[in-house]
Design a protein around this ligand. Structure first.
Ligand SMILES: [Zn+2]
Length: 494
């Protein structure tokens, strides 16, 4: 386990030496943790990297790069679409962003269904966290530490700064390069065999050579973000030590990020020194973190039977980190196994104790709907949305229940509000297209399908869908004008 080791996904590549130089590039992959030893803490000033990063790539180019990159992500990995899970990660991520020195910027946080202990920062603020990493975290601070590290890669523009030699590469080629380096993804063969080999070779090479300094800086800045957001900065070195310790006793090999970022005593010392600048912070452990973990665990276990057995045994032996979360996981397993009444008994108790917890309101409504009490479910969620209008998972669940109850027009209205508040989510547009289909709004079907494809990075199909939408008979002048405006915008982007 050395810094030179090649990340798992890249292992099988053999790299002709002649290909190593022509395309030089850096992927700042993932990987938590820690810097190479660099002496005692050096103060908090940000490194001076001048403005060269701003010259390398325009915001519009970076946006396109981010979209291309996400297309590769969706091809190579399974992105979790569960509104409750993604909403939690986005909230935590945005809280950390707000505490960073820049305080804003374009970020997209998403979860990947994958047991690897891994995370990465792609172009345009696309930060991916693997479910295996969340399951490894014992408290919210540890997850926040990983996010803070990845956010620091973005604030320091590490990925973009490593492009300085790369201006001659096209956006798709660059995106492919990043995907290959970060995800170990197959490079798009449309680019031509030689380009593909060169890209893969360069990706490996640069990942080996160029990440150390960036990792070091990401840890430094990450600890500052963590402390500013009210998390205990010591969780970073603590988490990192625990992983290394676990790693020594396990046979299945190191977590992904330990492969590229070995834990040494001097690294731990360095991170501790950095944390000393801020001091300990007490923070109550967030229930939501544990609920998200229980939900991810239930998903990871695969079958309802396994999930039920897992949480049942946790509750019997009292071996859980959070009892409420263990009960929630148990109820999720029961619900999935269609044991509605048993799930309902637990869900009632959870809701009685935490009447405003969106997770429990949604579970309760789902169980109601599945046991034929749709109108009760609708009422529960309608009230909940009224009380917490900013909570998007509640709105989405409300729309789902409306759809299931045969009220697609109302569902579509609810989803339109979700999309207005949080644009760009493929899942929402898919639901909107379904609702439009069920309520017979033909132009809207294609309009929302177009947005779904656009959100997934498929510009060509998005344009085609808009063209179909325009051809629908009976289109109002207003709707036609709106579709035309969107079509023009997408064509221009192309
Ligand atoms: Zn990193």
């Amino acid at each position: 386990m050395h810094a030179e080791s090649i990340p798992k996904g890249m292992k099988k590549l053999t790299i002709p030496r002649s290909l190593r130089d022509p395309i030089r590039f850096a992927a700042v992959a993932l990987a938590l943790l820690f810097p190479a030893p660099h002496g005692p803490a050096q103060g908090l000033e940000l490194p001076d990297f001048g403005s060269s990063a701003d010259l390398v790539i325009s915001p519009a180019q970076e946006y396109r790069l981010g979209r291309e990159f996400m297309r590769s992500v969706h091809k190579a990995l399974s992105v979790i679409e569960d509104p409750l899970l993604t909403d939690y990660l986005e909230n935590l991520g945005n809280r950390l962003v707000a505490a960073s020195a820049t305080g804003a910027g374009r970020y997209h946080f998403f979860l990947i269904e994958d047991p690897s202990v891994n995370a990465f920062a792609g172009p345009d603020g696309h930060i991916g966290i693997f479910s295996g990493l969340v399951l490894t975290c014992e408290n919210e601070g540890e997850l926040a530490a990983v996010l803070a590290h990845e956010i620091a890669h973005v604030t320091q523009r590490h990925l973009i700064r490593s492009f300085e030699d790369q201006k001659r590469l096209s956006i798709p080629a660059t995106a492919a390069l990043i995907a290959a380096a970060i995800l170990g993804a197959q490079v798009d063969t449309d680019l031509g065999a030689a380009a593909v080999a060169g890209i893969q070779a360069a990706a490996v090479q640069r990942q080996i050579n160029f990440t150390r300094e960036h990792e070091k800086e990401a840890d430094r800045i990450g600890i500052a973000i963590l402390a500013a957001a009210g998390f205990d900065p010591y969780v970073m070195p603590g988490f990192f030590e625990r992983l290394a310790r676990t790693n020594r006793t396990r046979e299945s090999g190191a977590p992904e990020f330990l492969r590229t970022h070995p834990v040494t005593s001097s690294r731990t010392a360095d991170a501790l020194g950095r944390a000393d600048l801020y001091g300990h912070q007490q923070r109550p452990d967030a229930l939501r973190f544990h609920l998200v973990r229980a939900s991810l665990r239930a998903r990871a276990l695969g079958s309802a039977r396994k999930a039920i057995a897992y949480f049942q045994s946790q509750l019997r032996s009292k071996r859980y980190r959070n009892e409420t979360a263990a009960r929630y996981g148990y109820a999720l397993g029961l619900a999935r196994g269609n044991r509605i009444r048993a799930a309902r008994a637990i869900s009632d108790k959870l809701l009685a104790r935490y009447p405003n917890q969106a997770e429990f309101m949604i579970l309760e409504a789902r169980l109601d709907a599945e046991s034929g009490a749709a109108s009760r479910a609708i009422k529960t969620l309608q009230t909940a949305v009224g009380l917490r209008p900013e909570n998007l998972p509640l709105r989405i669940a409300y729309a789902d229940i409306l759809m299931a109850a045969g009220r697609p027009a109302r569902a579509l209205k609810t989803l339109e509000e979700v999309a207005r508040r949080r644009p760009g989510k493929a899942l929402i547009y898919q639901k909107m297209a379904d609702a439009a289909l069920k309520s017979g709004q033909t132009a809207a079907i294609h309009r929302y399908r177009a947005e779904k494809f656009y959100a997934e990075g498929d510009l060509k199909t998005a344009i085609r869908q808009l063209e179909i939408a325009l051809r629908q008979p009976g289109l109002s002048y207003h709707d036609a004008a709106r579709i035309q405006v969107r079509l023009d915008a997408l064509k221009q982007e192309k």
